[in-house]
Design a protein around this ligand. Structure first.
Ligand SMILES: [Zn+2]
Length: 462
């Protein structure tokens, strides 16, 4: 099996390939560091709104994966690989059938074969998604060009730097504080709250002359520009910075990807109960959390917003598991729940709609249409796109039900699943609502409402 490098540069206004070359070089270095030898390189350059939306390199890459030629893809950043949910779902669909590892230079490894890996990828693409791409106004492209030349556009002075006639320069005493707290946070694992208390105790103020708040501190700790990254929005550009970084770029990238990996692990493994964050309050619709030793119930699911509902964790978990096991044991379960191939025309439809939306944005950038006109024209397209995307995401959610769960002894298989998988299956198939009960004891199963989510194609008759 082969290792492929995929590079892409968008908005290549200069028309030079430097960006792609630099990406490719760093990808090759990553391959070498992992002991992999690269045999295939695919690339797309100048995929701007003006040159249409075809990405021949990307399509060739997908074909290689589909044909089982490639089993490892190396990219500079995952956003090089997929910019839109449709691209990502296409990739996920392929990757599920042909196991593929995705390694990235700047954001660690992505495992689209796991539910958590896919969830992370989807979250990322949702952020950098099409809404952002659609805003093709001139202001943004002007900002972008400035960013591409290595500028750091700011209106409020960031901690550690100031703008002078010579450009953006470090404020020495603040730069020293930054080096200290960034190291303590990323290397020492010191919690944000502790760092915030320390700064405030030492009388170190924000650039606005105020004590530190936790959100401001978080923004400082995550500011990639301290690591010398030139950014436009959330996109990291290939340009060298016009300021002197606080932290060496390689060190910074290492810190950030380690932190992202830690966060991924904690997001998906933190839950200790079957239904926390999944089940909802029947009174106010807030999510439920687990309260210990509540009114003699032992551990209880409780409304996280107010004290609307309490119910025994053991009783609710047993009921919900039982309903799911019974449903998955029915003869039609395989045909209803098993992952089917995603219809390709959904992807094509989504891509076509996206292209039409994009071309509208181009008309604004051209000055052919005004913003209001485009907004009107875009409305029905956006509605259609949303409906296709919902279908695509719903279809992907169905993949949360592992095939082995449907084969043979469902009950035994279910008991053997790890908690995270159980939670993923329940989250993808059921909506659980805990209604108010006059007295929390005895447990009344009728007070638990279980609705099958539409992905399963089931009716509400359970
Ligand atoms: Zn409530």
């Amino acid at each position: 099996m082969a290792v492929a490098i995929y590079t892409r540069i968008s908005h290549d206004k200069t028309g030079n390939q430097a960006g792609v070359e630099r990406q490719a070089k760093e990808c090759r270095e990553l391959a070498a560091a992992r002991g992999l030898s690269v045999t295939i390189e695919h690339s797309d350059n100048d995929i701007s709104a003006f040159s249409g939306r075809r990405r021949p390199g990307f399509e060739n890459l997908l074909r290689d994966v589909q044909n089982g030629i490639v089993d490892t893809i190396i990219v500079w950043h995952p956003d090089r690989l997929y910019r839109r949910s449709a691209d990502l779902e296409l990739l996920i669909n392929l990757v599920e059938k042909n196991r593929v590892k995705i390694l990235s230079v700047t954001a660690g490894d992505f495992d689209l074969n796991t539910a958590s890996g896919r969830a992370v990828a989807r979250t990322l693409v949702a952020w950098s998604g099409f809404e952002v791409e659609q805003k093709a106004d001139r202001q943004r492209s002007a900002y972008r060009q400035r960013a591409e030349s290595g500028a750091w556009p700011f209106t409020h002075r960031p901690f550690g730097y100031e703008r002078t006639k010579q450009g953006i320069v470090q404020v020495p005493e603040e730069a020293a504080v930054l080096r200290d707290i960034l190291t303590r946070y990323y290397e020492g694992g010191e919690p944000r709250h502790a760092i915030m208390r320390d700064l405030n105790a030492r009388g170190i103020l924000t650039p606005q002359g105020k004590p530190w708040g936790i959100i401001q501190l978080r923004d400082v700790l995550m500011n990639d520009r301290y690591g010398g990254l030139v950014k436009h929005g959330e996109t990291v550009l290939d340009a060298p910075p016009l300021w002197e970084p606080i932290i060496d770029r390689d060190v910074w990238l290492g810190w950030r990807s380690a932190a992202a990996a830690r966060k991924r692990r904690s997001t998906f493994s933190a839950a200790r109960y079957l239904l926390t964050g999944i089940a909802r309050c029947g009174v106010c619709d807030a999510k439920l959390y687990v309260k210990h030793r509540s009114s003699g119930l032992g551990r209880a699911y409780a409304c996280s917003a107010s004290s609307c509902v309490y119910r025994s964790v053991t009783a609710v978990d047993a009921l919900v598991s039982e309903v799911l096991i019974r449903r998955l044991s029915l003869p039609d379960a395989v045909s209803v729940f098993a992952d089917r191939e995603m219809p390709l025309e959904w992807i094509r439809e989504a891509t076509a709609l996206q292209d039409r939306l994009d071309s509208l944005a181009v008309l604004v950038a051209d000055g052919t249409l005004n913003v209001d006109g485009v907004r009107e024209a875009a409305k029905p397209l956006r509605k259609q796109l949303q409906s296709v995307q919902e279908r695509i995401v719903a279809h992907a959610a169905r993949a949360a039900v592992p095939a082995e769960l449907l084969a043979g002894d469902v009950r035994a298989q279910w008991e053997a699943l790890p908690l995270t998988t159980k939670r993923a299956v329940i989250g993808a198939t059921m909506a659980v609502t805990v209604h108010r009960q006059e007295h929390p004891r005895p447990f009344d199963p009728e007070s638990i409402e279980i609705r099958w989510l539409p992905v399963t194609g089931l009716s509400d008759d359970t």
